[in-house]
Structures are given as C-alpha cells and as structure tokens.
Design a binder for this molecule. Structure first.
Ligand SMILES: [Zn+2]
Length: 120
C-alpha cells in the first residue's frame, strides 16, 4: 500500500518535471541573454574589421577579464547614435572605450569626428 503510493506519486512528479523541463528548453532565450549574445556578435565583427584599438583615442581595449566595467572596457559606439535613429549595421558601429563612448555621447557624427583626440 505504502509502496504503491510512493511509487505512483514519484513517477507522476518525475513525469511532470520532465515535461516542464522540455517546455522550458524549447522556449526562446530570455531577452537579456539574446540581447547580450547579439551585442557580443556585433562587437566581435567590428573587432575583426577594425582591430583591437579604440576608435576614438587609439589606445588598446580591454576584452573580458576582471576588472570589468572600467573606463577602458570595450563597448560598441554607434557613430549615428541610436537616440538619433542609428542602427546596428556594421557601418554604424565602432569599437570604443566605455569612457570614450560616454565622452562622445549622442553628438552628431561630424562632431564626433572632431572630438576624437587621435592621440596615436
Ligand atoms: Zn578610447
């Protein structure tokens, strides 16, 4: 009696959990994860085209590894800012330090071109 009850309830839970897991794995990736992967794909593509140096100041970039989130961290700069209707086309993307990126802000492309320190 007790054996049968334990056995049947156990298999029911196992089946439910299994079907639940299958449903989760077939769903789309969470938004933040797909966003992250898309950005990293863009960054790698730009890096392959432009090399490892900052578009703005010409100094090398930090890719991965601690400390994260410094002014030297690699970011993607939109030459025509997204706020002004810029797209994720590779033509519009440059590798930039986080600090340089913030410095350039959402200025129009011509002004960014003038703001570039070109220290190299
Ligand atoms: Zn820079």
């Amino acid at each position: 009696m007790s054996f049968r009850r334990r056995g049947s309830s156990g298999s029911t839970i196992w089946k439910r959990r299994r079907s639940y897991q299958l449903r989760v794995s077939k769903r789309r990736l969470p938004k933040w994860l797909s966003e992250h992967l898309r950005r990293r794909k863009n960054r790698d593509a730009v890096r392959k085209r432009d090399g490892d140096n900052c578009w703005s100041c010409g100094y090398p970039m930090r890719f991965g590894g601690p400390p994260f989130n410094t002014r030297r961290s690699a970011t993607i700069e939109h030459v025509l800012a997204q706020a002004n209707g810029g797209t994720d086309d590779l033509d519009n993307l440059r590798l930039c330090h986080k600090g340089c990126n913030r410095h350039l802000g959402t200025n129009p492309p011509e002004q960014k071109e003038r703001m570039r320190p070109r220290r190299v």
